[in-house]
Ligand binder design. Structure first.
Ligand SMILES: NC(=O)c1ccc[n+]([C@@H]2O[C@H](COP(=O)([O-])OP(=O)(O)OC[C@H]3O[C@@H](n4cnc5c(N)ncnc54)[C@H](O)[C@@H]3O)[C@@H](O)[C@H]2O)c1
Length: 412
């Protein structure tokens, strides 16, 4: 589990010397000196907390977040400093929602939050709370102090490969944190939850496209942890039909804010687990020697894997529609994809066009665990929420994301 990003450590004593404070060397007992040091540390911590609190609530008075206001819906966006969460927060703020971002910054970017703050500086619009969802007491406190109407729960670790290497981390971070969040919602009577799930919960279905009733047989800890979290939510909704729950199962999310305000900036150490657009841009920037495509002997038209790439702007639109349509007694489960499969080769060609960089592409053996074809049937969300994907031009989507990446070569 990622811990709090603020780690306070006592600096190691230099040259083997211990700390001394001037004037304390002789008459003071060691014990009294320690008491003074503790007082100073406590005072510094208090100051630091007040500073963080001041920073966190900048852009809104705490009081506005703590009371209900007619006509204003207050949404808690967990993981709002991350890629999808920050785009969702932007859309919600644009639409006049009050937003509380809850993120421990283990993977997100404070730069994204700062951008949102700069765009929505008025009091009562946006607050950022640096909280680890694994800390149930801290989570309960957030609900105790804020008049939350609905939760969009994006926060998660989200890399399939990493989940194979660190399964327990995934079960803690995804399954157990969702359970804790749900308990806090129940305790504080927050009834609306929009949950970020994934097509990884389906595993490797035999028939395509994937519909919402395709059996869920996840094949890696990431997909399993998400499915377990879904099951917890569904079981709890059965005995609490007043809950308004929407579960959205996303396919492969790409792209960035069309106005270039936000982008995707994973930590460098996560790139190895990577997503394809990140890898394409890394190659185009010369940060990696070239692009490696695994497998060109799949039973697909051009031999490479087929995936369904959904634009982040379309995805957050699905969230806003889900929020509006969420109702008691009727859990909504929806695939969010374009309904159209694109081959990896097609994606790479679009990336070359979008970046204008003719990067080296090498085709390697298949990678264990990759499946040939995954794409959605998204007709249910079209029918019931009146949602359709708008951004279908891969080159255009990648071109916008590439511009953001060029402007932010090292992230935010
Ligand atoms: N990106 C995709 O293609 C994709 C596809 C399907 C589903 N999803 C789901 O969408 C959600 C968002 O994914 P993303 O791509 O934006 O990831 P991301 O890593 O960019 O964002 C996740 C955010 O959650 C925060 N976080 C993680 N653990 C936390 C904790 N314990 N407490 C508080 N904050 C915590 C991170 O700091 C980060 O800001 C995830 O739930 C993911 O499973 C993503």
């Amino acid at each position: 589990m990622p811990g709090s990003p603020v780690v306070l450590r006592r600096a190691p004593a230099r040259n083997g010397r211990t700390w001394t404070l001037s004037g304390m060397g002789h008459g003071w007992s060691r014990q009294r000196a320690q008491v003074v040091i503790k007082m100073i540390v406590a005072a510094s911590l208090t100051g630091l907390c007040m500073f963080i609190l001041g920073q966190s609530s900048a852009g809104g008075s705490l009081d506005m977040f703590s009371r209900k206001e007619g006509g204003v819906t207050h949404v808690m966006v967990t993981g709002g400093a991350g890629y999808i969460g920050s785009h969702a927060a932007l859309r919600l703020l644009q639409d006049g929602y009050r937003v509380t971002i809850v993120d421990n910054l283990s993977r997100g970017n404070m730069g994204a939050v700062d951008m949102l703050r700069a765009l929505f500086p008025k009091p009562g619009h946006l607050q950022f709370l640096c909280v680890d969802l694994g800390d149930s007491q801290a989570v309960q406190e957030v609900f105790a102090k804020n008049a939350i109407d609905a939760v969009m729960h994006f926060a998660a670790v989200a890399y399939v490969g990493e989940s194979m290497a660190e399964p327990l981390r995934y079960y803690h971070n995804i399954t157990s944190n969702t359970l804790g969040l749900l308990e806090a919602m129940v305790k504080y009577d927050v009834k609306t939850l929009i949950y970020s799930s994934t097509c990884a919960t389906y595993g490797e279905p035999e028939t395509m496209p994937i519909t919402e009733i395709t059996p869920q047989v996840p094949i890696n800890p990431y997909g399993k942890a998400k499915k377990m979290a879904e099951d917890i939510i569904l079981d709890y909704s059965k005995i609490n039909p007043e809950l308004r729950v929407m579960i959205l199962r996303y396919f492969n999310v790409i792209g960035s804010d069309p106005k270039g305000r936000l982008g995707e900036a994973p930590r460098p150490e996560l790139r190895a687990h990577g997503r394809i657009s990140g890898a394409c841009f890394d190659a185009a920037m010369g940060q990696i020697p070239g692009l490696k495509v695994h497998g060109q002997d799949y039973k697909t038209e051009d031999g490479t894997c087929i995936r369904d790439y959904i634009h982040v702007t379309d995805l957050v639109d699905a969230h806003v529609k889900a929020l509006k349509h969420a109702m008691p007694n009727n859990v909504g489960i929806y695939n969010v994809g374009t309904g159209k499969g694109r081959s990896v080769k097609e994606f790479v060609e679009a990336c070359i066009k979008a970046t204008g960089v003719n990067m080296t592409v090498s085709y390697l053996e298949r990678r264990a665990g990759d499946y040939a074809e995954v794409y959605s049937d998204s007709s249910k969300i079209q029918r019931e929420l009146n949602w359709t994907a708008q951004h279908l031009d891969l080159t255009e989507t990648l071109n916008v994301a590439w511009k953001w990446r060029q402007a932010h070569p090292n992230g935010y």
